[in-house]
Design a binder for this molecule. Sequence first.
Ligand code: X2X
Length: 341
Amino acid sequence: MLKRCFFILVLLVFTIGCAAGGFAGDYKNEYKMSVVVGPKLPWGAGATKFADLVRERTDGRINIKVYTSSSLMAGKQTNEFLIHRQGVADFCFASTINWSSTIKPLNLFNLPFFFPDYNALDAVIEGEVGKDIADMLNEKGVSLLAWGENGYREITNSKRPIATPADLEGMKIRVVGTPIFIETMKALGANPVNMNWGDAQVAFQQGVVDGQENPVVAIEIPVKIWQFHQYITIWHYVIDPLMLTVNNQVMASFTPEDQAIIRQAALEAAAEQKAIVRKGLIAPDLSALDLLRSNGMEVTLLTDAAKKEFYDKTATVREKWTDVIGAELVEKTAKAIAASR
Ligand code: X2X
């Protein structure tokens, strides 16, 4: 009798479990999400927002913990895709830069002076190229849920205003440890030093490097870059989109209802994050640049002649990396950019 009651009870629990859309027991207690920067930056905060939305809307079934400051890969930011594919990180909110040494076509976004404005970027990621990239990631075991943004990377330094490539000559500039950045800086006459983001912040403090390049609202303002560097040049040399992703096996372990919740939460969190980091950077609202000035920075904007000089000096880098990325993808992107103008 007791045995029978137990059997019925087990059956009941199983039926309720299925009706509720799967066994909660199939789910892990914690899902790990990787982010390269700290929790206070809009990038890190975007990941937290996503995790919060998912937790709320799944009534706690899916509990995502955000591991900031590259902690899941011991500081080595260019290893992020590898640990994602292996399932160490179930989710990521990742810069294309940090994955581009592993997934070569992502260097598309690192091509110097290639994306002229935000419209161009939006046209590309929302169009066919965005789909191609999603397909490519999917083949590698990862689903792209939404695009967020780090932003245009603008150069700061402690030495002098950079108005032409000649001003950059010999300057020691910290870049991410991925080849195209080293080559671009060398083509411009600078002396690039690759460093993980965690070490870079110490290097700025100690004056080990003269300069660095990062987005204004997403990074330079939150880290108060004016403490170390007095000069900034708005040169829009590289755009840095962020990808909110999930490991395919992890995604497949969720019920269709929960998958839909995850997709929707990703779109909302990424759209919000993207709006935050663009604020104050698009005319007529250039308040982010005013904030830099009010903190003592000299903001240099490039003349058309200087823009051409920077563009011409990096032609060889664009040429070489077009082959590495894939000429077809670069051409498709160039067409989408032209159509967006
Ligand atoms: O390391 C950087 O410069 C950062 C934080 O912007 C990236 O992760 C690409």
